[in-house]
Write a protein that binds this ligand. Structure first.
Ligand SMILES: NC(=O)c1ccc[n+]([C@@H]2O[C@H](COP(=O)([O-])OP(=O)(O)OC[C@H]3O[C@@H](n4cnc5c(N)ncnc54)[C@H](OP(=O)(O)O)[C@@H]3O)[C@@H](O)[C@H]2O)c1
Length: 289
């Protein structure tokens, strides 16, 4: 089954829309190069861009979408509500700003970036997302960096909204985005998502290059004749995740998409996966805000 992945592969989300299984991340990509590198990603075959309001490059991502010559329907664009814009009014303003910045007619996926702002902040932001989804502005909704306790809180809130407003009127968690790789496999969160059909996106899928020298990586590099980044992206894909590698380097953008001509065996995945809990980025999942 894993072998059947290609650059065109997609997963169907609970919203009913499809998401390309490989995304292109633009965190820390300076605004003045974003358009060019994103166009290079489209030329390479990526059809999915992961931005956020706090990355300050939604506008140039949208420019690249427009200049790519590709139909809008073939490109998947994600952005996120900033941690400092939680709560209904602020989230609503954040969503409006994204449309102003991008000039897009709709946004494919809008995530809550992190579970901050207390319960009222989180549920208020979710209400703003649901409202925009019902208005046809946003197609799919999700969260990022939520711990299981935050996910449970949101699940209860969605039920409450449905009881009040009717079936399907609470929104659905189509996507969850987390730092996920062999040194942070988050089994509790992944299990929660699998049981409900929530698709997990993997950020820092190549651990920012920090684990390339691990002995197991070197063994697999030799075995498959692929680079450490490609091995890690394959681990992500074959775990059922949607990896979001970032690069501003054209050759690496291509390298990170060249992952469909080999398959890790079950024994390779087992050898690679650890029970470490070693984030390389921030970790709001443990917040009790
Ligand atoms: N929701 C969240 O809180 C959150 C947090 C972090 C990230 N994200 C998302 O996930 C994306 C990816 O995460 P990330 O950027 O933190 O980490 P990453 O993709 O694991 O690593 C990116 C780093 O690795 C380098 N790199 C890329 N491809 C390489 C290759 N083939 N060989 C060697 N080095 C390579 C890049 O350098 P160059 O660019 O210089 O080539 C960059 O320094 C972000 O862009 C963002 O969209 C989300």
């Amino acid at each position: 089954m894993a072998q059947s992945y290609s650059l065109d592969s997609k997963h169907r989300m609970l919203s009913g829309y499809d998401i390309p299984v490989l995304g292109y991340g633009v965190y820390q990509t300076p605004a003045d190069v974003t358009e060019d590198v994103t166009l290079h990603a489209f030329k390479t075959g990526y059809r999915h861009v992961d931005s956020a309001r706090v990355y300050r490059n939604e506008g140039p991502c949208a420019e690249a979408i427009k200049k790519s010559g590709l139909p809008r329907s073939e490109i998947f664009f994600t952005t996120k509500i900033p941690p400092r814009s939680m709560g209904y009014e602020q989230a609503k303003a954040s969503i409006e700003s994204s449309f102003k910045q991008t000039g897009l007619d709709y946004i494919d996926l809008y995530l809550i970036h992190a579970p901050y702002g207390g319960k009222e902040g989180r549920t208020g932001a979710w209400r703003a997302l649901v409202e925009a989804q019902q208005a046809g502005k946003i197609r799919s909704l999700g969260v990022s960096n939520y711990g299981v306790h935050h996910l449970n809180e949101l699940e209860s809130f969605i039920k409450e909204l449905e009881e009040k407003n009717g079936k399907g009127k609470g929104g659905e968690i189509s996507i969850g985005q987390w730092e996920l790789h062999p040194w942070l496999a988050r089994p509790d969160i992944v299990k929660w998502c699998k049981e409900r059909g929530v698709i997990c996106e993997a950020y820092c899928p190549i651990v920012r290059g920090q684990r390339f020298e691990e002995p197991i990586m070197q063994q697999l590099v030799k075995k498959f004749g692929k680079t450490p980044a490609q091995i890690l992206l394959r681990w992500s894909l074959q775990s059922g995740f949607v990896p979001l590698p970032k690069s501003v380097t054209p050759s690496r953008i291509e390298e990170n998409a060249n992952i469909y001509d080999f398959e890790l065996g079950a024994e390779d995945i087992k050898a690679l996966t650890t029970d470490e809990y070693s984030p390389c980025a921030w970790d709001p999942t443990t917040s009790n805000d």
